[in-house]
Design a protein around this ligand. Sequence first.
Ligand SMILES: [Cu+2]
Length: 140
Amino acid sequence: MRSFKTLALALALTTPAGAFAATLHKTPGCGCCEDHAEHLRQNGIAVTSVESPDLDRLRAAHGVPEELVGCHMLEIDGYVVEGHVSARTIKRLLAERPAVKGISMPGMPTGSPGMGGPKTEPFVIHSFGGADGQAVYEVE
Ligand SMILES: [Cu+2]
């Protein structure tokens, strides 16, 4: 099982552009949302961005906890990804396919993909909607 997971992860990290498709829901006019979409596209995730005026309702419908609300919401392959999470971490999620609803990096940390400026602190990515509720999925 472990070797299968390792293989799946290796495949996911080397999959050619366009192999993953995603919808990014953003507040109308959000610029850093679009910069994050561009980061994902450059890393092989085909993102369509959609302006969603009622993001709160959408998040509630997808079980995103209030404290884990990020900048924007991505739907990809049955998962929800909140905020400026890197393409690498998203590909890890899709390769490992944990039993959670999604992952999130709350807020808009400086230096994260799509956000300008230097990185000043570790990026903590949480998972939610799993059997254990919320957990730390990755620290980048
Ligand atoms: Cu943002």
